[in-house]
Design a protein around this ligand. Structure first.
Ligand SMILES: *Cc1c(COP(=O)(O)O)cnc(C)c1O
Length: 189
């Protein structure tokens, strides 16, 4: 079980004690912000991108992150494959699934997930470590975690990044291998 400490938008005074306590895995949702916060003290940390990735930022993202959790479209798969080849550096990859099928939210639709994962593997040569989801705020999260676990199982994927401050206990019950906790750890943003 990995605790991904989501440090986005947090002042350094709140992050420093968590780092001092031994936390080594941090999550960020913007590439530039992550670079500003972590570039000078990156050594020994695992940094995970949990926010949407634009194709024009794939160069920086591949160079900087250990894990990219928001792969959700073919164009991005192509751009990532190209950068990984070019840089000889391969972040671990998670496919984001839009389990609630919310139009404003990133992620591949659940019905399209199997084909997309297969395309990532076969057409783009990208090894996929797991799946990530952000359930709709207005709904109980359990069915979304169950759906994500089911899609992962039938595709032979072991990683499940799910659960945030409000629902990480539920996510763990449904098999989360990484929870992404921000405000419960650092305080409100
Ligand atoms: C901000 C964020 C989190 C952390 O949210 P909290 O409710 O503060 O724990 C988790 N996952 C993603 C994708 C986020 O953008």
């Amino acid at each position: 079980m990995t605790l991904n400490a989501v440090s986005k938008q947090q002042p350094w005074e709140r992050i420093a004690p968590v780092l001092a306590a031994g936390q080594r895995v941090f999550g960020e949702n913007r590439v530039q912000e992550a670079l500003r916060r972590w570039e000078a003290r990156r050594e020994g940390l695992e940094l995970r991108l949990i926010g949407p990735l634009q194709t024009n930022k794939t160069h920086e993202a591949v160079a900087f992150f250990d894990v990219i959790e928001t792969l959700d479209r073919e164009r991005l798969a192509g751009a990532l494959a190209q950068e990984i080849q070019r840089q000889g550096r391969a972040p671990r990859l998670y496919v984001q699934v839009n389990t609630g099928e919310e139009p404003q939210k990133a992620g591949i639709a659940p019905a399209a997930a199997d084909a997309f994962i297969a395309a990532c593997r076969k057409d783009y040569g990208l090894p996929i470590e797991g799946l990530m989801c952000i359930p709709p705020e207005s709904q109980p999260p359990a069915p979304h975690f169950a759906l994500l676990a089911k899609i992962a199982a039938r595709n032979g994927l072991l990683g499940l990044s799910m659960g945030m401050s409000a629902d990480f206990e539920t996510a763990v019950r449904f098999g989360a291998t990484a929870v992404r906790v921000g405000s419960a750890l650092f305080g409100e943003r």
